[in-house]
Design a protein around this ligand. Structure first.
Ligand code: GLY
Length: 491
């Protein structure tokens, strides 16, 4: 059996690792923009090969798949999905794990996702406005003083989101200026290079609470969730610094996270199921691959959708794939044959922690973070019981050169999140830049203090949403107008 993997980051290294553990012993091939050393090694050992190439070019990917006569293509990142790689493979009758271009709109267009949730009245939806021009967005900001999240309307690698509280009347003008400035940055910096989407800016209501990701396999009918994972987006300790693709993530034993109840996890999966059903109805096409809810526990709904991914998360995939007990090829075959309901997805009962290590300069000045030679002592890391998943690293003449993004992710498992966190933390020192360039990571991920803070925040949020639910105010907004009284509206 031959597998072709599309993509070259830590998530794809974890996918390749899952394939390498299959009892079917597939030959693994990969197309990747960089020679990821981990994927390269797995491909070679399996009798396959890593081919450097353009993962956004459907013809290149489809021709490579044909030439190699692969049995299955697995697409890791989102952009190849948006570029229609699964669509062309389907035309050529090459089985593919990856949502087609219509279904992957759920990630590509945040306005499409919000409209879909409102049209089908799916719980966990937020109020929003989408704007096609900067003028419309600025006019809206000038008229309405609200606490909002301003986002690029397209998926642009998780960048460009700004959350602005606007409560104090005396600060209204200042807040308006901040919002306008950010809308302009989104329009001019983040959205300028995309001509594949009409909506440019999304303004949605601000919500707060602990975030988590529910990654699911889907065949377009059935949705099978993996254990929930909590990713940490901020670059620096205690959620400070700019937002990144994710600096590390945790997952608890028994398919749980310490700050979520079993009921909240089930509710989250039900929301994703409803979205898949709606997506199927709207697109009218069958699809199969991965869909992940990036969620938040809010006072408005409890489980609430912040975004969707049409793929596994990175680093979230690295928490679950190394402990996947079900054979990934059985899962893929069940997706392709639309029999996912027949499969039980199981993972080892272990807590896991992933810590990303990035060169200084990431995420805002990637040119500085690029081009450094790093050294990874895999043997010492293995002795500690941890594993290395390579990210943005190019293997050139035996040297590991940073590509400017997260370079390495360290995975560790243990009987508790804190135990796994300690192992991962000890392993970090075995990754270093030989030119002395600073590499950074977050030592607080998986620590007791951060877990305690998340549990406390979730308890507060839970007490409010449970109260609202008991009063029939779930998902409703209430305004109090002096002299008039309470106005309830669903929006
Ligand atoms: N961890 C965030 C993402 O995969 O986009």
């Amino acid at each position: 059996m031959k597998i072709l993997l599309v993509g070259g980051g830590s998530r794809e290294h974890a996918i390749a690792y899952a394939f390498s553990r299959s009892i079917y012993e597939p030959r693994i091939f990969a197309i990747s923009p960089l020679r990821n050393p981990g994927i390269n090694e797995i491909c070679k050992k399996s009798g396959g090969e890593l081919i450097k190439g353009d993962i956004l070019d459907p013809n290149f990917v489809a021709n490579t798949a044909e030439k190699l006569s692969v049995d299955l293509v697995f697409v890791g990142p989102e952009e190849p999905l948006f570029h229609g790689i699964p669509d062309l493979l389907e035309e050529k009758e090459i089985p593919c794990i990856g949502l087609n271009s219509k279904a992957s709109e759920i990630e590509k267009s945040k306005a499409f996702m919000r409209r879909l949730m409102w049209k089908y009245k799916i719980p966990g939806r937020l109020r929003f406005k989408a704007f096609k021009s900067i003028e419309e967005a600025l006019a809206y900001i000038a008229e309405y003083a609200e606490s909002v999240a301003i986002k690029p309307a397209r998926q642009v690698g998780g960048k460009g989101v700004k959350v602005i509280a606007d409560i104090q009347a005396y600060l209204r003008k200042v807040k308006e200026e901040v919002k306008k400035k950010h809308a302009e940055i989104i329009y001019n910096k983040f959205m300028r290079s995309y001509d594949d989407i009409e909506d440019k800016i999304l303004i949605e209501e601000k919500v707060e609470g602990p975030e988590y990701t529910i990654q699911c396999f889907t065949d377009g009918d059935t949705v099978k969730p993996l254990p929930p994972v909590q990713d940490n987006k901020h670059a620096f300790e205690m959620d400070m610094g700019p937002e990144t693709g994710g600096m590390g993530s945790i997952a608890g034993r028994g398919g749980l996270l310490p700050f979520l109840t079993r009921e909240e996890i089930n509710e989250s999966a039900k929301i994703i199921e409803q979205v898949v059903r709606a997506l199927r109805r709207e697109t009218g096409t069958p699809f199969g691959g991965v869909i992940s809810g990036q969620m938040m526990l809010t006072t408005l709904w409890g489980p609430t959708i912040i975004e969707f991914y049409a793929r596994l998360g990175d680093p979230e995939a690295v928490n679950v794939l190394p402990i996947l007990k079900t054979d990934i090829i059985d899962i893929c075959e069940a997706i392709i044959s639309r029999k996912l309901h027949t499969i039980k997805i199981e993972v080892e009962d272990e807590a896991t922690v992933v810590k990303a290590i990035a060169p200084r300069g990431y995420p805002n000045r990637k040119n500085l973070a690029k081009g450094h030679i790093i050294e990874v002592n895999e043997e010492e890391i293995r002795k500690l019981g941890a594993m290395v998943f390579y990210g943005s690293v190019d293997l050139v003449n035996g040297k590991l050169i940073t590509g400017g993004s997260r370079a390495v992710e360290i995975f560790a498992a243990g009987e508790s999140i804190t135990k796994a966190g300690e192992i991962a933390e000890r392993a970090v020192k075995y990754v270093r830049a030989i030119d002395g360039w600073r590499l950074f990571h977050r030592s607080d991920i998986g620590s007791e203090v951060v877990l305690k803070r998340m549990i406390e925040t979730a308890n507060l949020v839970r007490s409010v949403y449970s109260y609202r639910k008991s009063k029939g105010l779930f998902g409703k907004h209430i305004d109090w107008i002096p002299g008039y009284g309470k106005i309830e509206y669903e929006f």
